[in-house]
Design a protein around this ligand. Structure first.
Ligand SMILES: [Zn+2]
Ligand SMILES: [Zn+2]
Length: 379
């Protein structure tokens, strides 16, 4: 059944509801008129609901403080009235009195197929079609008044930050124009203008991040000591708390977005970071070059600088040429079997014991690898 009236008072009245609850008090249905109303379908037994509720409480308080005409109405999927009361106790907004049959009808009416679910009925009668949970998780109170228009505006603002060519806008906001150095000093973000910047999304608790951090430090230090590279890395931490963040940054020679700052979440959203570690590279013109910096650094280290497609093509061509100049197989004085030329992601040379990557002479019979330079050819 389609919902034609966005006026929730009318809808509830026609369903036989006489009043709403605000804590222990009854309030008239009409108290929501003229406001942007969100229906919150939720239950005490539902773990994602319990995680979302405190987030919604913060959003509610922020919007109320800003004087926004906003209300949430809780529609309970709880199993009984006792559970409903327990659940409603942690909500500062209104609720439809507990009535299992009514809740069923309302959830059918609004086509709720999972909880938590949040439906917006804005005062102008235009409601967002989709569930708001994702929008609110992404943007918090900025998502108000939860219309499609607002969603488009927010997306356009993200797009402008990603493509707008202004590194400062990407890393700072009105209340903060600096990033932090590893020893806690404030570094003006304006100092990053014109540099190639790597945004490193990572967390100390993640072993793959710790492994990548050491590779990245190697490349970073090589680029920094070479002196003439305008390069910087900014940690965008996904650590679980401040202590972990501090532990994480203490091992890093580069800069970081302050932990208590929502820019961290904004950047994750803007660059659609789903897995860590991730390295997003911003060119000297302030525009994103690549979100695949992790693979570039893992493969080529500092050589990948300035991380452009052209540079990677160049490196690949160099490698191909190098391989073409080498014999496809040979016999080495130190080893009894024939060795074949292979492309290896990583190996340890059995002669000099150092790490190698790319071209290697490898034995097909036993585990034996040599750097091309460590070969002593026998005839
Ligand atoms: Zn070697
Ligand atoms: Zn062998």
């Amino acid at each position: 059944m389609a919902v034609h009236s966005s006026n929730i008072a009318t809808v509830l009245e026609s369903e036989g509801v006489e009043f709403l609850l605000s804590g222990d008090t009854r309030v008239p249905l009409l108290s929501c008129n003229g406001k942007t109303v969100c229906l919150y379908f939720s239950a005490n037994w539902c773990r994602p609901c319990k995680a979302l509720t405190p987030q919604l409480v913060r959003l509610y308080e922020v919007l109320r403080l800003e004087g926004k005409e906003f209300e949430i109405i809780f529609i309970s999927f709880d199993r009984d009235e006792e559970k409903f009361n327990e659940h409603f106790k942690c909500m500062p907004w209104l609720a439809v009195p507990f009535d299992a049959n009514l809740h069923k009808r309302l959830s059918d009416m609004y086509r709720i197929d999972r909880i938590p679910s949040l439906i917006s009925l804005s005062s102008d009668g235009i409601s967002i079609e989709e569930d708001l949970v994702g929008l609110i998780e992404d943007y918090g109170a900025d998502a108000f008044p939860f219309t499609n228009k607002r969603r488009e505006e927010l997306k356009a603002a993200d797009e402008a930050k990603r493509e707008g060519g202004k590194i400062e806008e990407l890393l700072t906001h009105q209340g903060r124009n600096h990033v932090l150095s590893s020893d806690g000093r404030e570094i003006q973000a304006s100092q990053l203008v014109g540099k190639t910047v790597g945004l490193y999304f990572g967390a100390h608790w993640s072993p793959p991040c710790r492994a990548f951090t050491s590779k990245l430090i190697e490349a970073y230090e090589e680029l920094m000591t070479s002196g003439d590279q305008d390069f910087e890395i900014i940690l965008v931490s996904t650590d679980r708390d401040l202590k972990e963040f501090e532990l994480n940054t203490s091992s890093m020679p580069w800069l970081a977005i302050p932990y208590q700052d929502k820019t961290r979440q904004d950047l994750c959203r803007i660059f659609d970071i789903k897995v860590i570690p991730a390295l997003v590279l911003i060119g000297p013109n302030g525009k994103a070059i690549s979100t695949n910096g992790k693979a570039m650094v893992s493969l080529y280290g500092a050589k990948a600088f300035p991380f452009t497609e052209a540079r990677i093509t160049e490196l690949e061509a160099e490698l191909r040429k190098e391989g073409e100049a080498l014999p496809p197989q040979l016999k080495d004085l130190k080893h009894k079997h024939l060795l074949k030329l292979e492309m290896a992601k990583a190996f340890v040379c059995d002669y000099c014991q150092k790490q190698g990557r790319f071209w290697a002479f490898s034995c097909g019979v036993c585990d034996y690898d040599l750097h091309p330079n460590c070969v002593e050819k026998s005839l």
